[in-house]
Design a protein around this ligand. Structure first.
Ligand SMILES: [Zn+2]
Length: 216
């Protein structure tokens, strides 16, 4: 009987948490520049995975397909307060091979731009078998997480770990590498403040890198 009672208690706690954690209540727009010319289907699947990860944190994503070269004049050059840029580039030429993405933050943790290095994702796929679209989605979500969380975004657990050990690839395959509840609350609070501000600060970005350790 005691065991059964414990089960019911666990179930009721889960239900309360589920009801008390509203899903998507904030929205961002992400302009996507595909300079790596990756397959459109992999890109769409990667966007869907990043959207799923962010939706788990209560954030809806609207994706906007932009010219592969971000400097080409288009509607994608302007930004509303909750609008960001994701640039899929072939390689991070000046960075170590273990770096898979970078975000650019300026003073006060304000930033709009992040990059993902697609050739390295392809190599990780060849080395580990991790689905490239799922890996792209997880890395994009991590880099967007930097832009949404601002300074001190890294954590010891979840998708904002600064270095991903091989076990994270298994979590990516299972779809369980996610933002923490605290990070979700921080992102939504920060987005609400941005939405109320018409001023987008100019960029003077520093860089933050995401590294994967594939040899563990
Ligand atoms: Zn990072």
């Amino acid at each position: 009987m005691g065991f059964r009672f414990t089960n019911w208690w666990g179930l009721s706690v889960l239900l309360v948490v589920e009801i008390a954690t509203p899903r998507a209540i904030a929205q961002i727009t992400v302009q996507v520049h595909n300079s790596a010319r990756m397959s459109p289907s992999v890109l769409r699947q990667g966007e869907a995975e990043a959207a799923r990860i962010l939706a788990d944190a209560g954030i809806d994503v609207v994706w906007v397909s932009c010219p592969s070269n971000p400097t080409v004049v288009s509607d994608c050059l302007g930004f509303t307060p909750n609008e960001f840029s994701l640039h899929i580039v072939s390689d991070g030429r000046t960075l170590n091979d273990s770096v898979f993405g970078q975000a650019f933050l300026g003073d006060g943790g304000i930033g709009k731009f992040c990059d993902v290095f697609f050739r390295r994702i392809e190599r990780a796929w060849q080395d580990s078998g991790t689905d490239p679209a799922l890996l792209l989605g997880a890395i994009a979500a991590h880099e967007l997480g930097h832009l949404l969380l601002g300074s001190n975004a890294h954590s010891q657990v979840g998708i904002m770990q600064p270095v991903w050990p091989r076990k994270n690839l298994r979590a990516i395959d299972r779809g369980t590498l996610l933002f923490t509840r605290e990070q979700a609350a921080r992102m939504k609070a920060r987005l609400a403040r941005r939405a109320n501000s018409a001023l987008v600060k100019p960029e003077n970005p520093g860089q933050l890198f995401l590294r994967l350790r594939l040899l563990e």
